[in-house]
Every structure is written in C-alpha cells, then in structure tokens.
Design a protein around this ligand. Structure first.
Ligand SMILES: Nc1ncnc2c1ncn2[C@@H]1O[C@H](COP(=O)(O)OP(=O)(O)O)[C@@H](O)[C@H]1O
Ligand SMILES: [Mg+2]
Length: 290
C-alpha cells in the first residue's frame, strides 16, 4: 500500500499535475475515509484537471455532468422513456439511467461540474445518495450504491457576483477543498506543458504569457483578471507567430487571447484593447526580449 504522499507523487506523475501537493494530500485523506469532495476555486485554477486525475486514479469509471440552471432532477437521476413505458410498462428496460444512478450502480466517480449552478430541486435529489448511498427511483427500485461510488463536485467561489451557492443541506455532505492561484513558477510549468512549447523560445514565451496574465489580475481597472487558460492560449498563439520579437504582434495576440477572459471595473473609461496593450507593453519593456 502506498502512503498518502506516495499516492500524491504518483498522481502528479501519471496525470501530469503540476504542484498542488498539499491540496492533493487533503483529497487523498478525504478519500481514505470515503468522503465526497467539493473543490472550490476561480475559473481555470485546475478544478476539473484535479477532479479527473483523482477519479482516474481511483477508478476508470468517470461520469461527468456539467450543471446549469436547466439541470433538472431527471438529468441527474434518469427517467422513464414514455414510448418504452407504453410498450413495456414501468420496467428496467424502459428506464434511462442518468449519471447519478449509473455511477452508483457501476461504482464510479460522479463528477458534478459547477454544482452551484443547479437548481435546488436537483440538489435535493443528491442528498440521500451522498450520505446513505441510496437512491429511490419511484416505480422501479431503490439503488444501493456500489462501495466504490463517490462524488467530486466543483464550484466557483461563493463570493463571486452572480454566482448562486449550494444549499446548506448539500454543502453539509461534502469535504471542502480550496484551490487558489498557483505560484508563478508553477504556472510557467503548466503553460509550457499545456501549450506544448518545445523549442528554445518556449521558456521565454511561457514567462511572458504568465506575466501578462498575472498583471491582468492585479490591474486597478480590471475586476476579474485572466485565468491560466488565457496564458495557455496566448503562449500557443505566440509559439505560432512568425515574428514574436514584434511588440505589435504580442499586443494583437494578447487581445485575441485575453479579451473574453477579463472583465473591467465599472466606470473604466479606457477600452479593453488599450488596457491589454498597456499590460503587454509594460511586461515586454521589462522582459528584455527585443
Ligand atoms: N496543476 C496543474 N497541472 C497541470 N495543468 C493544470 C494545472 N492546473 C490547471 N491546469 C491546466 O489549466 C487549464 C485550466 O484548468 P481546469 O482544470 O480546466 O480549470 P477549472 O476547471 O478550475 O476551470 C487546463 O488546461 C488544465 O489542464
Ligand atoms: Mg472546469
């Protein structure tokens, strides 16, 4: 049997997770006592990446549901198919299992992405499944979860504007793991790995992309800066740009990569393009790249 820190190393190696040692240790600990896990963090901090790595490590049976305001209980649990019910009646064959029911039966990991977005009625259908491992399907059967069944859910920070939060009852059934931003060094490694920057310019491109994104997070006119996805996109564009010594090219690709990923503070008079251009210029001036 591997101990917790060996498991963490194995997960990092096998699924190419950079850093996150402490957070992974916490998750392993929670899994050792069979707890369901709620990973909270900003867009792009690696919630999905970590959840998938954990699910793959424990089991290959990974079922994912991406929640929205329109995720209804039957999308999670399953439903009787009306034409089949007419021809066969309320039997197993007429029932279409949803991700929750099928994960409970197969004993897999159910990954509930952005759980806070699902309506309260849908949240309620998770409650008994989570603490007793039981799911009642009226007119069919009561499912008792396979011992390997578990749930990893993610949510954006509750403090976010416009984000609903999950109810107390549901929250109560999860162990909470928080993911913050990673260090600049780790982010650079992630950018290099994910953007596949494999020539001599790779280091420099990754460093500049990380810096640009980092500045967007600390800029007075920007309410929400870019996630690491912005840096990965930017690095990929830079890698394929013929002349990356050109400041103008950097400005253009930075606007392409970051425009949709940042939100300005209310009342900001400059345009998003100008703000991004300003960040690029200030980073390149210090990057000694020309
Ligand atoms: N620690 C990490 N190691 C490797 N890649 C990472 C890490 N954190 C984030 N990434 C990468 O960054 C991008 C965003 O991560 P993702 O898991 O999709 O974020 P979230 O689900 O929190 O929005 C993905 O390409 C992901 O693979
Ligand atoms: Mg995600």
């Amino acid at each position: 049997m591997l101990n917790a820190s060996e498991i963490v190393k194995e997960i990092q190696k096998r699924y190419k997770v950079i850093g996150r040692t402490e957070e992974l240790e916490k998750i392993i600990l929670a899994r050792l006592v069979n707890k369901n896990i709620l990973i909270e963090g900003e867009v792009g901090v690696g919630k999905t990446r970590i959840a998938k790595a954990i699910a793959s490590y424990y089991d290959t049976n990974f079922t994912r549901i991406d929640c929205s305001e329109e995720t209804l209980p039957h999308n999670l649990v399953g439903y009787f198919d009306p034409p089949l019910v007419i021809s066969k009646g309320y039997l197993e064959d007429s029932y279409i299992y949803g991700p929750l029911a099928s994960s409970m039966l197969k004993g897999g990991c159910l990954f509930v992405n952005e759980i806070n977005r699902m309506p309260e009625s849908t949240q309620n259908s998770l409650l008994t499944a989570l603490d007793e491992g039981i799911l009642e399907i009226p007119k069919l059967k009561t499912i008792k979860a396979h011992e390997k069944f578990f749930v990893i859910a993610t949510q954006n920070p509750a403090a976010h504007v416009g984000v609903t939060v999950i109810g107390e009852a549901l929250k109560d059934r999860f162990i909470w793991i928080n993911l913050g931003f990673q260090s600049a060094e780790e982010e650079i490694l992630i950018i290099k790995q994910e953007a596949i920057l494999n020539d001599s310019n790779g280091d420099k491109i990754a460093q500049i992309s990380q810096k640009i994104v980092d500045r967007s997070r600390n800029h007075t006119s920007i309410r929400r800066g870019s996630s690491i996805r912005g840096a990965i996109d930017l690095a990929q564009l830079a890698f394929k740009t013929e002349n990356i010594k050109s400041t103008k090219n950097w400005v253009n690709i930075a606007i392409m990569a970051l425009y949709n990923k940042i939100e300005l503070e209310d009342g900001t008079t400059s345009s998003k393009e100008d703000i991004i251009a300003g960040i690029v210029l200030s980073v390149l001036n210090k990057a000694d790249f020309q």
